[in-house]
Design a protein around this ligand. Structure first.
Ligand code: F6P
Length: 548
């Protein structure tokens, strides 16, 4: 397979990147006052403005040509049709089937998976309604007051991100607590707060083998049995979400308490499946369905919008442009909405676990940077932490600014203040502040020429720092679905554009295997494996000091 860097569009983009390195965004805006209308688009509930990216008409056309040369439309069809595009695991990639609100049949390996999805959704609905209405009773006949969701990675981040996003707008929420870390402090603090008689545990694990999740689940069962005494009570307090019925049964969870996952859903794309059960328990089944509806709208947009207006594709093209051509190795996610405070963490897994790879589909080493390092936090807090570096550091970090027109909670002037910061920051990052402006400003403040000279260089902001602005109508369940689906399709496009298999995670598997070997050595002195001197030294120091 020809390398992407051999494509005509790729080579044209390399030339353009050299020219663009000499061009300031400020100049591009000054030259063309239609820039915003040219480089922004919207779908219901979402305004997408990429006019502050370092592109011009020519670069944009070349990026679109790149998408065409990479056969993006054909790949998109393959994904939606259930072809096994997860080549290293020989699996289809069908998280879109989980939110197929048109309910069109889709046959995978001889099974109509639309029917399977719809029947699982019906099971979730019935269960959620029973729990939330108080009909589901615990072992002493009391209704559920708290849900503890145990899972990690994709079996945690999606549900927790969505739960956090809906906190301020949910009607009659049930208490939901998330436990993901193997650090006992997390589960201990949750178990301290809940009552075994009124707590329901949801163990979410596609494989049902993930060590952190199994460790936390075992602790939860022990804690529960300490009060309930009777193993048969487990059925009333533990449910699981998994593909692995053998393991769930071995763990003691009866089959009717297991919600199904499928091989064709990757962990980090699974919040639309029963992995989203904690969201439905927290916010109600209707809210969960609204998340699915929002995502479905974006699926339809992604399938049918022309490439030039296709938001996920444009997001991916900009990422490739910034990372692989302009050499910007990281990407900040900056929500100006408290509700979206977990989005950076969610996208760290989504983007980096998917596209943090170094070889192409056919195993060739990729000669350019693939995925940028994704990081961030809520914008306002970030402003008082790392924005100094975004404005004046000698690294350039493209950033996605995400906010909403209508606040979830309207408090006095807060939202105007919040959004003023959003808009001001993108403007400042684009424009910067030059010597002339600073000199005039300092002179107006009465500074002497010597004082001005001393301060001048420190106060220069070069600007020319690319940002994308995503403005949602408001953060509600539908918007959460839309936003996450936009990024999911971006991730897919990014992988295709770079010829990367986005749906495996061999790098994570490596760590899992090594940790279990070392765990055996930390538990039993008779188990000895070979290690380098650093690892050996760390283990010896730990073993020597842990009981002192
Ligand atoms: O983090 C690695 C990973 O394999 C993810 O892809 C997955 O979401 C997570 O572990 C949890 O896996 P499981 O759902 O099987 O417990």
């Amino acid at each position: 397979m020809a390398s992407r860097s051999e494509l005509v569009s790729w080579q044209a983009l390399e030339n353009s990147a050299q020219k663009m390195a000499q061009t300031h965004l400020k100049t591009l805006f000054a030259q063309d006052d239609s820039r915003f209308s040219q480089f922004s688009t919207h779908i219901p509930g979402v305004l997408f403005d990429y006019s502050k990216q370092r592109i011009d008409e020519k670069v944009f056309a070349q990026l679109i040509s790149l998408a065409k040369e990479c056969d993006i439309e054909a790949w998109r069809e393959k994904m939606f049709a259930g072809e096994k595009i997860n080549i290293t695991e020989d699996r289809a990639v069908l998280h879109t089937a989980l939110r197929n609100r048109a309910h069109t049949p889709l046959i995978v390996d001889g099974e109509n998976i639309t029917e399977a999805v719809d029947s699982e959704l019906a099971k979730i609905k019935t269960f959620v309604e029973k729990v939330r209405s108080g009909q589901w009773l615990g072992y002493t006949g009391k209704a559920v007051k708290d849900v503890v969701s145990i899972g990690v990675g994709g079996s945690n981040l999606g549900p927790q991100t969505a739960t956090e996003a809906l906190k301020a707008v949910v009607d009659k929420p049930l208490n939901v607590h998330y436990v993901s870390n193997a650090d006992g402090v997390q589960i201990a603090s949750v178990l301290n707060k809940v009552d075994p008689e009124t707590t329901l545990f949801v163990i979410s694990s596609k494989t049902f083998t993930t060590s952190e999740t199994m460790t936390n689940s075992k602790t939860a069962v022990d804690w529960f049995l300490n009060s309930a005494k009777d193993k048969s009570a487990i059925a009333k307090h533990f449910v699981a979400v998994s593909t692995n019925l053998e393991k769930t049964a071995a763990f003691g969870i009866s089959d009717e308490n297991v919600f199904t996952m499928w091989d064709w859903v990757g962990g980090r794309f699974s919040l639309w499946s029963a992995i989203g059960l904690p969201i439905a328990l927290y916010a109600g089944f209707e809210a969960f369905e609204a998340i699915l509806e929002g995502a479905f709208e974006v699926d339809e947009h992604f399938k049918s919008a022309p490439l030039e207006q296709n938001i996920p594709l444009i997001m991916a093209l900009l990422s490739v442009w910034n990372t692989s051509f302009l050499g910007f190795d990281s990407q900040a996610i900056l929500p100006y909405d408290q509700a979206l405070h977990m989005l950076p963490a969610y996208l760290q897994q989504g983007e980096m676990e998917s596209n943090g790879k170094h070889v192409t589909f056919d195993g060739q080493t990729v000669p350019y940077t693939t995925v940028p390092i994704i990081w961030g936090m809520t914008g306002i807090n970030g402003q008082h932490a790392f924005y100094q570096c975004l404005h004046q550091g000698n690294v350039i970090v493209p950033a996605d600014f995400i906010g909403s027109v209508k606040p979830q909670v309207n408090v006095d002037k807060h939202h105007n203040i919040l959004l003023s910061n959003f808009f001001a920051q993108t403007e400042a990052l684009m424009n910067g502040v030059d010597a002339q402006q600073i000199t005039a400003d300092l002179a107006a403040k009465g500074k002497t020429p010597a004082q001005i000279e001393m301060l001048l260089k420190h106060k220069i902001h070069q600007g020319n720092r690319p940002t994308t602005s995503i403005l949602l109508d408001t953060v509600d369940a539908k918007a959460v679905g839309r936003l996450i689906a936009l990024y999911e399709h971006k991730i897919f496009c990014h992988g295709i554009l770079l010829q990367i298999c986005s749906f495996d995670q061999w790098g994570v598997e490596l760590g899992k295997g090594l940790a279990s070997k070392i765990e055996a050595e930390l538990t039993d002195d008779n188990v000895v494996n070979e290690h380098d001197s650093s690892t050996q030294g760390l283990m010896a120091y730990y073993k020597q000091h842990r009981t002192q």
